[in-house]
Design a protein around this ligand. Structure first.
Ligand code: R5P
Length: 297
């Protein structure tokens, strides 16, 4: 068993290799002047089971192609089984044909991911909404781990929150709010969202009186432009919340997203290292490594 990673997963791959006490194999990659990508696997994988770690935040298209090149090369070099670990799986929010003629992107991307010959796929807090389970998307065994308990426990302990009210900023976040509330043995509520554009959302909530004088932890899978989280913070602040903390698994933090959430009134924002960022305080490496140890290896 060996562990390797592309540009989007090297640090996590190194950490996972350490937890599993197994060899890490480096890869080289660079972009040619015309935009094509070059990759090279820097070790022997013949006859080995290989864990390929590639998170695909921020530069999803480049990282997807790099992943495909590495996975196919591993096969070509004689790897026996490849387990794809893709902590941030992009394109999952385009999970339906909302308008006639649109690509259902996650279906295309998942086909590409598995067609290069991987025997299993592992991801973390994938945006599952219209597809209810990861197994409805992949035909190889696929596992969706959750970092929500870790995030909630870390944030509550780091910021001294005792049984905070957990909030999901929109209906799709109920699944995360439930896990976080359960981890903190607390209660949760879910707000409602209408998206007006890439950067514009409206957030509304019924019976928000319950947040008065409570500490609130808002949890979501992704903070991208920060619009959703910032509006959720504003709504809860207006409703009288005492302290507001925000947490997400995948801190994409596009442009001034972090500023938006903090200036809306969040005391702090906490994320994981599925996407490296200034708020990636919680590592998913132990979560992935123990899952690999217990279930797949
Ligand atoms: C979608 O429903 C996701 O769960 C997130 O709420 C969304 O991706 C956040 O995007 P943004 O930060 O751009 O509002």
């Amino acid at each position: 068993m060996k562990v390797t990673g592309g540009e989007g997963g090297k640090i996590l791959a190194l950490k996972i290799a350490k937890y599993l006490d197994t060899e890490y194999i480096d890869t080289l990659s660079r972009t040619f002047p015309d935009g094509e990508i070059y990759v090279r696997v820097m070790g022997s994988v013949k006859g080995e089971d290989v864990i390929l770690v590639q998170s695909m935040g921020k530069k999803p298209n480049k990282l997807l192609i790099e992943y495909l090149l590495i996975a196919d090369t591993l096969k070509d070099l004689g790897a026996r089984n490849i387990i794809a670990v893709i902590p941030y799986l992009p394109y999952a929010r385009q999970d339906a044909r909302f308008n006639p003629g649109e690509a259902v992107s996650i279906k295309t991307v998942s086909k590409l991911i598995e067609k290069v010959g991987v025997s299993a796929v592992i991801t973390v807090d994938m945006h599952l909404h219209r597809f209810k389970s990861i197994q409805a998307i992949f035909s190889v065994p696929a596992y969706n781990l959750s970092a929500m308990s870790l995030l909630a426990e870390y944030t509550a302990s780091e910021f001294g929150l005792s049984k905070p009210l957990v909030a999901g900023p929109d209906e799709e976040a109920e699944q995360w709010a439930k896990i976080a509330a359960n981890a903190l043995q607390s209660d949760y509520l879910v707000l409602g969202k209408t998206r007006r554009g890439d950067y514009e959302v409206e957030i509304r909530g019924k019976s928000l009186a319950v947040v008065q004088a409570r500490d609130v932890l808002i949890v979501d899978d992704i903070i991208s432009t920060g619009g959703t989280m910032a509006k959720a913070v504003e709504a809860l602040k207006t409703a009288g919340a005492k302290r507001i903390l925000a947490a997400c698994t995948h801190p994409l933090l596009i442009e001034d997203a972090l500023y938006k959430v903090l200036s809306a009134g969040a005391e702090a924002v906490v994320g994981t290292d599925t996407v490296p960022s200034p708020i990636s305080f919680v590592s998913v490496a132990p979560l992935i490594a123990s899952f690999l140890k217990e279930t797949v290896l």
